[in-house]
Design a protein around this ligand. Sequence first.
Ligand SMILES: Nc1ncnc2c1ncn2[C@@H]1O[C@H](COP(=O)(O)OP(=O)(O)OP(=O)(O)O)[C@@H](O)[C@H]1O
Length: 682
Amino acid sequence: MADLNTDVRYIKGIGEQKAKALGKLGIFTLRDLISYFPRAYEDRTTLRPISALIPGETACVQAMVAAPPTLSRIRRGLELVKLRAVDETGAVDITYFNQAYLKNSLKMGQTYVFCGRVEGTLLHRTMTNPVAEPEGRRERTGRIVPIYPLTAGVSQLLLIRAVRQGLDACAGKLSEFLPEEVCRENGLCPIGCAYENVHFPASQEALEEARRRLVFEELFLLALGLSGLRSRRQSLLVTPCRPVDMEPFYRALPFSLTGAQRRCVEEALADMCSGRPMNRLCQGDVGSGKTMVAAACVYFTVQNGAQAALMAPTEILAEQHYRSLSPLLESLGIRCVLLTGSVKGKARQSILEQLSDGTAHFVIGTHALISGDVAYKDLGLVVTDEQHRFGVAQRAALSSKGRSPHILVMSATPIPRTLALIIYGDLDVSVIDELPPGRQKIDTFAVGTGYRERIYAFLRKEIAQGHQAYIVCPQVSENEEMPDDRKAVTEYAQMLQQEVFPDLRIAFIHGKMKPKEKEAVMSGFTSGKTDILVSTTVIEVGVDVPNATVMAVENADRFGLSQLHQLRGRVGRGSAKSYCVLIADPKTEEARQRLRVIAKTSDGFRIAEEDLRLRGPGDFFGQRQHGLPSLKIADLSCDMALLLKAQAAAEELLRADPELTRHGAVKRRVQELFTQNADTLN
Ligand SMILES: Nc1ncnc2c1ncn2[C@@H]1O[C@H](COP(=O)(O)OP(=O)(O)OP(=O)(O)O)[C@@H](O)[C@H]1O
């Protein structure tokens, strides 16, 4: 007797080799098999007569093979099977490439259903490689057919047959685990019905119902799990910070904080005084002034007698933060040090000593800050960047270095709050929804490569007025896998210097330069000694040079929306009018659309939403997921309404039964979902 944990080899037709191939898709048991959801469907319900087949459309037709199929060998590696199929309305000529066996399996006089793209003309219809099935079989035709993601050695037909058997073997074993009232209130169909129809939909409506139930279920379990993490964190106790007079800090700033910055600071300080470890995400659009919120928290922590660490995503940024924050904080009596991978030998030793004996109050660096040999006297606060995917495991690594430090995560990706709850899991969220005063809109233009001369003239004009410019240029290479951005940048900079701007000061920077070289180039640009900085996307995040007013991006169609928004955010950081020029001859409609969106939208929120819509959540999350369970069926770009419902239902259930003691089956499912990612969530 099979159950959900039975090995897939139980299925007829799945031997060692096929089982191995299925393993690559993560399918080992019958449960995995029936939870392997289609990525799309094709509605092959309607069978048309041949006379209604229109070239260019995909359609299904029921027709009889009129004469024995012929096989011809054109050359090595190219065999054609040809046949004519007829019904009472006409004929269609069908060709198969390299499927010689069909010569004998498709038999004259028998009727089949053929599905595929119709080609040719209305007078002479043809089809190439259509799916063919004897009439009445209905595995791949005559119904809504699932389309599964495949891998080598696993075909659609194999999956369709295996899933069919899997469902038949397990149908009775799928017991309902969602509480009855949750199903009722949210109008969810029963579990067995959902699994059947998500694979083999009886109708479009049944498919919708099935998907709805499974998406809800997934988001519901996720929401429950995340709440669990959150409440576990809230049960951790730390010594509450004491309130501190922040006036000296505010007075030391060259500007007053915006209302939004102040609110974020207050939310963070309240967390730190609460007696529980802070775990807060501070979200703000590019240039909204997140660094000062961090600095305020650092000041507060050090006044409380503890140390603080700021972990930047790149060395360039770590150095920039060190340059801008240390004069401010040192003037307030806070000892700041910089610790990156390139600080070595004696210097490193000395910094490590200062951190372990507490003479250094604040350390800025890269991921090296949580590496094994760094010990702190009393680490109270870690400020980090969303790019670090700072999961529970990293937090645990840090906690072992002292008490449970407060954590503040900075993010320049403004995403809807409900989504943030999922992406950032168990973090509380603050939003800086206001830019510092005096900022002007960045004028953004998308232009073709034919405009390059005019752009150079424009750069020259801006530089003549004392401003600076960035030019970002990724390599466009035949070899998509290994674009050599370094070469692109050095050659472009050389060309500009020799042929276009012999009189201007041009520098270049890329990720593969030595840290010392990078530092020298950046400080040259920051101090105004360089007019134009040619760069790869190493300058994408966080670089802050307010005197730069032009960002030109070559091959702009190669970047995603959020990335373009980040790049554009490198200008318009002071009060001078700034410009962003996107240079591209986009080849696809999607790329054109992206450039249009970025040119007319400056609101990071809308751009993030659009990005999510255009790219789909896979890519969006691919970069950002913090070790959360991956979603099998929910699509957060269009399942938002369901997400809200699932979150509400999860909260209600937890209010009634916080430990889920009365809902053992739900609890088990949550644990299963989260233990699949046990290394990051424990
Ligand atoms: N309240 C303010 N008034 C005026 N200028 C400010 C204010 N807050 C920050 N700034 C300045 O605005 C610029 C951008 O600030 P910051 O670098 O903190 O932005 P950010 O939010 O980290 O942006 P990004 O995500 O692009 O790195 C800096 O030059 C900073 O000195």
